[in-house]
Design a binder for this molecule. Structure first.
Ligand code: NAI
Length: 328
């Protein structure tokens, strides 16, 4: 039997945690042959609820679940971790300024970055889900100087999946017929879902859609504002779909993307497509099971350029703000 992979989940007692842990333990994160040992990292107030979730995990008798530890100290949380899903974050509450939000999250992601640096396994892979995800990932990475920054990623897979689904609905295609769709930029309302390199059943997606007004006035805002629409409808933010996207992201990173296809993930920029080096921005990416790689050589037209630049400008602002606060 292979050695279990250590998977740390922060915010384990939250609503995404509840939707995520059972899927990790069932083998959907890493594959059906890989046993997992779960480490749940919560704040002290969350520990009791995490214990309740752990009881339920026990009660599933998952064959691949090799053990569960619950901790409230980041050092203990990331010791020996191979995969870290950073879900717990400080949400924006009424009256909170952006600076307050960034500071509060700096107080979470700085010590977590330090703890990952100090104790995680050499092959650590980090996915930040907690918002503002790209900038939280940047903060964590900047406090883990011994870990390659390529191992710190932020989640735009939910946006990618939302875009796939909207495009399938519009064109009557199956989601599996759609390839090479891209989310660029920040996981925020400025993100740019790009169909100009995508194909549907082998035909250029923009040609199949043939409706620029829909693209600009419906598709892009629907994808970008889907989170708010879910809150409005459900009375709570997306949880199961966010957990699903986290599973997809790590699964494809570890097991590889479909040959010939790609997905979207926020990873550290090497300067590709004019995105300043070092920013954690969403790109079209592939994996063969090692590192994420940015798909190169795509032609970016003026419409797309403007959208990408606007989202990247927001990331630069966020980076400068956390720099100003001494968080990176
Ligand atoms: P939630 O409020 O239900 O759960 C958050 C949990 O994190 C709580 O149990 C809390 O005790 C815990 N927590 C807070 N600080 C912590 C720390 N320092 N260490 C460990 N645990 C800590 O929130 P929910 O709905 O599970 O969402 C979590 C985050 O995911 C939010 O920031 C949300 O905005 C974000 N999100 C991101 C998405 C994306 O596409 N990137 C999509 C949906 C949500």
């Amino acid at each position: 039997r292979p050695t279990p992979v250590n998977v740390t989940v922060t915010g384990a007692a939250g609503q995404i945690g509840y939707a995520l842990l059972f899927r990790v333990a069932s083998g959907q994160l890493l594959g059906p042959d890989t046993p997992v040992r779960l480490r749940l990292l919560e704040i002290p107030q969350g520990v009791k609820a995490a214990e309740g979730t752990a009881m339920e995990l026990d009660d599933c008798a998952f064959p691949l679940l090799a053990g569960i530890d619950i901790v409230d100290d980041p050092r203990a949380g990331f010791e020996g971790a191979n995969v870290a899903l950073l879900v717990g974050a400080r949400p924006r509450t009424a009256g909170m300024e952006r600076g307050d939000l960034l500071s509060a999250n700096g107080g979470i992601f700085k010590p977590q970055g330090e703890a990952i640096n100090a104790g995680a396994a050499d092959d650590i892979r980090v996915l930040v889900v907690g918002n503002p995800a790209n900038t939280n990932a940047l903060i964590a990475a900047s406090h883990a100087p011994d870990v390659p920054s390529s191992r710190f990623t932020a989640m735009t897979r939910l946006d990618h999946n939302r875009a796939l689904s909207q495009l399938a609905k519009k064109t009557g295609a199956a989601v599996t017929d759609i390839e090479q769709l891209t989310i660029w930029g920040n996981h925020s309302a400025t993100q740019y879902p790009d169909i100009f390199h995508a194909s549907i059943g082998g035909r250029p997606a923009a040609e199949v859609v043939n409706d620029q007004a829909w693209l600009e006035n419906d598709f892009i805002p629907t994808v970008a504002k889907r989170g708010a629409a879910i809150i409005e409808a459900r009375g709570a933010s997306s949880a199961a779909s966010a957990a699903n996207a986290a599973i997809d992201h790590v699964h494809d990173w570890v097991n590889g993307t479909t040959p010939g296809g790609w997905t979207s993930a926020a990873i550290v920029s090497d300067g590709s497509y004019g995105v300043p080096e070092g920013l954690i921005s969403s790109f079209p990416v592939t994996s063969t099971g090692g590192e994420w790689e940015i798909v190169q050589g795509l032609e970016i037209d003026e419409f797309s350029r403007g959208r990408i630049d606007a989202s990247v400008a927001e990331l630069v602002e966020e980076r400068d703000a956390v720099k100003g606060l001494g968080l990176i």
